[in-house]
Each structure stands twice: as structure tokens, then as C-alpha cells.
Design a protein around this ligand. Structure first.
Ligand code: ADP
Ligand code: MG
Length: 480
């Protein structure tokens, strides 16, 4: 029950899974997400979580499998997305079913159906959906509402949920989220940016990202093709010339049929695809970084920020997966005082709140010598980092911390140092300017005094102006 280990985490994970799916669906629909989250206490330890969105809706034939089957996902193409392996929402449904014996309720409307309401459970033994009821019920707009009842500790989860939603508007600044708890607490968040991100273009898998599972799936789809056709049609970055070169390198006849390779040959084939160095780098149109202007607008809208710097690195590649890292180093009184920046982690536009001490990014953060860049406990500083990729190297199925991938670690380290240098320069400049201003005031005061004394000594009634002297000395206008 990854991510559902205790009653507090269960509430948090349920909200997170439902909100992630809603945001993914709004990306598909190319709309500004409007997402309502309502949590109600039913008894002292049973709650309902209801999340509504204005996404694409779920086609009726998909509803039972999407919500009532573990490991069913519709997102198998290579592209950045929040959901990972079709595990999310069904885990929440299962947890609700196990702890309160109640079905999940799904009310959805697509372009083609005016509205359907489902109640369903998971047949755990067979990993199949059990539809308890299905009825037509009109829904005002296209989109989906999901209601899960579960046992959980709302009081303890409340702050985490609010934090999660606040940070979700940092990574998805064009989304508007509302949170209602027991009709009492009501928070509106987001809509910091009016621009929709560039559309994400799903791509075919890159040959270097192929493992046995991907190869098996592709083979079952294109089983009748010969090796040459299979390579050219299943992968990005392989055309006839690259395919011929690769097959020569493998010493394989291009006319052999993919499904007729022996098991050993298939293993070697997958291995060679990962190791062969003649493929171009993977496509990056399937990624959606937050971008400088949106990332800055969002952080400065959510936090009280005095100064912020943005930098990004990429597109780079890890094991055939393209990735971009972008980050903001911000100064402001909202952040805790420490001699290293407070870290806020985001992957594929999802904030990560748990297990930060296990995360490789925390380790990288600690490797940087922040005192060199004037980061100290007297000036609160935070670092917001976003990694986006077609695959995220999570440490565990709970999707809360990143494992060590040397390429990513190296890039993150360089990025942190670059931001440190930028902020260091600015804070040195601002300290210098504070010193200069003080000096200028003192000079200006002394000059006026000297002018007054000299005039009195010389018997003049009029005291000459000394401003021009200060101006010459500091090359600025003196203030009064
Ligand atoms: N709010 C929603 N709008 C549209 N489709 C949804 C929604 N929630 C779930 N789905 C569908 O259900 C599938 C399974 O969801 P989930 O188990 O969370 O897996 P994942 O998000 O990893 O694909 C999704 O791939 C999607 O097709
Ligand atoms: Mg999901």
C-alpha cells in the first residue's frame, strides 16, 4: 500500500492522486484547470474526498478499468505526465474499499456522452472492476468528479494537503484550485498565469530507453514486421540508414520477423538497443518545463519573495529519457533561516513533500558550499527545483523521493552553483549599495556643516550649496 502507510498519509495520497489525474486530464483537454477539492468528515475517523475537474472526462468503456483495476493506465506513450504507471487512483479506491467497504463514485461527461454515474469496487483476487451501478445522470460540463470514502486522519493531514495544493500552483501556475473542508475552510489558490503551456507532443520510445517489458509490448503490437520495419516504425530516431547500421552491428538479417527471435536473441536485442551509440539524442517536445516567467510569477505569488533568480539546464538525457532541470533561488522572509537554502522539490509538475532526507537532490544541495555565495542564516533563502522527464527515477512506489542517477546529480549540482553565483553577485551588490548610501549621507551632512562654518567665518550670509560635490564624488544625486 505504497503511500497509504498510515491514516494521515492515506488522506494526503488520496487527494494527491485525484488532483494529479485531474491536472493531467486538463493538459489533455488544453484547458485552464478548474479543480474543486471537497473533504467532509463523516464520522470521527471516516471522511469523503471529492475532486471535480474540467478535463476531458473518461469515456464510459474506460471507467471500470481506469478506476477498478490496478496497473491500468491510458498513458503509455513517451511524454511528461504526472501519473506514473496506472497505480494511482486505484490505490485510493482500494484503500477506501478496504477501510470503509464503500465503492468509489465517478460522475463523468465527455464530448460524446452527457453524463454517466458509476459506483464501483475492485475485485481484489482477480484485479478486475466490479460495477455496482451505472446510470445516466447529466453533468453540466465536460469533466470528471470522483468521490472516495476512506478511513483517515483529516486533522493531521490538513496542513500537508494545503501545502501540497499551494505548491501545486507553483508548478502548474495556470491552474485554479479551491479547497473546502466541511463547508467551513475555503481556500482559493492559483491562476497566477494566464498562459497555457505549449502542448506536449507524445513521442515513440527512444531505443536507449527500451527494457524487456517495452520490447515485449512493442513486439506484441508489431509482431508480424521484419526487423528493419519494426525498428523504423516503433522507435524515434531510427530511419532506414540507422536501422541498417544497427542490424549490421548486431549481425542480424533485416528480413527476420521480430516475433520469431528466440528469447535469448530478444534479450540481446534489447540490451544492444540500450548500448549502441549511433542513435541521436531523444526528442524533447514531449516535455513541459514550467519556464522562467511562469515559474517566477508563481513563486513570487505564493511566497513573499524579495529577490529571485532562475536558471535551467537541458535538454539532457538519462537512459534514453530526455530531461530538463530548472530551478529558482529566492530570498524572502517566508522561508526558514538556515545556512543552506530550504529545498522545494517538484517532478513533472508535482510537488514532493515527503522523504526529502532520502532524496538525492537534498544530498546535492548539501554538497554545495553555500557560504561562498553569501547564503547565511541571516538571509532566508529557498531553492525550488523542477525535474521534468519522460521517466522519473523514483526511489520507491510511494513516489516521494528521487534515486541517484549520476547524470542528473551532476546537472543539479552545476545548476545549484550557477544560481548560487547569481544570487551571490546580487547580494554583494545590494550590500555594497547599502554601504555606499550610508557613506554618501555622512559626506553630504559633513559638507553642509563645513559650508556653514566657512560662510560664517568669511562673514557671508549665504551658505553655498555642496550637493554638486557629493554628486561628483558618488556620481549620483544626493538625497535629503
Ligand atoms: N479525472 C480524470 N479525468 C480523465 N481521466 C482520468 C481521470 N482520473 C483517472 N483517469 C484515467 O484513469 C487512468 C488511471 O489512473 P491512475 O490509476 O491514476 O493512473 P495514471 O495516472 O498513472 O495513468 C488514467 O490513465 C486516466 O486514463
Ligand atoms: Mg494517476
Amino acid at each position: 500500500m505504497a503511500g497509504f502507510g498510515n491514516p494521515t498519509q492515506a488522506v494526503y495520497s488520496t487527494v494527491r492522486e485525484l488532483v494529479e489525474n485531474s491536472l493531467d486530464s486538463c493538459d489533455d483537454a488544453r484547458t485552464h484547470p478548474l479543480i474543486d477539492i471537497e473533504i467532509q468528515n463523516v464520522t470521527s475517523d471516516i471522511i469523503t474526498v471529492k475532486v471535480s475537474d474540467n478535463g476531458t472526462g473518461v469515456p464510459p468503456e474506460q471507467v471500470p478499468h481506469a478506476f477498478g483495476r490496478v496497473l491500468y493506465g491510458s498513458k503509455y506513450s513517451q511524454q511528461q505526465k504526472r501519473g506514473t504507471f496506472g497505480l494511482g487512483v486505484t490505490m485510493a479506491v482500494l484503500y477506501g474499499q478496504i477501510t470503509t467497504d464503500s465503492p468509489v463514485i465517478i460522475h463523468t461527461r465527455t464530448q460524446n456522452y452527457k453524463g454517466l454515474l458509476y459506483r464501483l469496487l475492485v475485485d481484489v483476487e482477480n484485479n478486475l472492476p466490479l460495477v455496482e451501478s451505472k446510470e445516466e445522470l447529466q453533468r453540466t460540463n465536460v469533466g470528471t468528479t470522483v468521490i472516495v470514502q476512506l478511513k483517515g486522519d483529516l486533522k493531521r493531514a490538513q496542513d500537508r494537503i494545503l501545502e501540497y495544493l499551494r505548491l501545486s500552483t507553483v508548478s502548474t501556475p495556470h491552474a485554479a484550485l479551491t479547497l473546502k473542508i466541511d463547508d467551513e475552510i475555503h481556500v482559493n489558490l492559483g491562476s497566477w498565469s494566464k498562459t497555457l503551456p505549449e502542448p506536449i507532443r507524445p513521442s515513440k520510445p527512444h531505443p536507449r530507453s527500451v527494457d524487456m517489458e517495452v520490447l515485449r509490448r512493442l513486439t506484441s503490437r508489431h509482431g508480424g514486421k521484419n526487423l528493419d520495419d519494426f525498428l523504423c516504425s516503433s522507435f524515434q530516431k531510427i530511419g532506414p540508414r540507422t536501422s541498417a547500421r544497427f542490424l549490421r552491428f548486431m549481425n542480424l538479417n533485416p528480413n527476420r520477423i521480430i516475433s520469431e527471435l528466440t528469447r535469448d536473441e530478444q534479450t540481446q536485442f534489447a540490451h544492444a538497443l540500450r548500448k549502441y551509440d549511433g542513435f541521436e539524442r531523444p526528442d524533447s517536445k514531449c516535455l513541459s518545463p514550467i519556464g522562467k516567467s511562469d515559474f517566477l510569477i508563481a513563486t513570487t505569488s505564493v511566497f513573499n519573495v524579495r529577490q529571485a533568480e532562475y536558471a535551467s539546464r537541458g535538454v539532457n538525457e538519462w537512459q534514453g529519457n530526455p530531461y530538463v532541470i530548472e530551478a529558482i533561488l529566492a530570498m524572502g522572509d517566508d522561508f526558514p533561516r538556515s545556512d543552506i537554502p530550504t529545498l522545494y522539490r517538484f517532478v513533472n509538475r508535482v510537488p514532493l513533500l515527503y522523504d526529502s532526507s532520502d532524496d538525492v537532490l537534498t544530498r546535492v544541495l548539501k554538497r554545495v558550499n553555500w557560504s561562498r555565495y553569501s547564503v547565511s542564516s541571516s538571509e532566508p533563502v529557498a531553492l525550488f527545483i523542477h525535474l521534468c522527464s519522460t521517466k522519473i527515477p523514483f526511489k520507491a512506489a510511494g513516489k516521494q523521493s528521487l534515486a541517484s542517477i549520476p547524470e542528473i546529480e551532476h546537472e543539479a549540482y552545476q545548476l545549484f552553483k550557477e544560481l548560487g553565483r547569481k544570487l551571490g553577485k546580487i547580494s554583494a551588490r545590494s550590500k555594497r549599495s547599502v554601504r555606499e548610501t550610508k557613506k554618501m549621507r555622512e559626506f553630504s551632512k559633513s559638507f553642509r556643516q563645513i559650508a556653514r562654518f566657512s560662510s560664517a567665518l568669511a562673514g557671508h550670509d549665504e551658505v553655498p550649496s555642496t550637493d554638486y560635490l557629493v554628486k561628483q564624488l558618488f556620481e549620483v544625486e544626493p538625497d535629503e
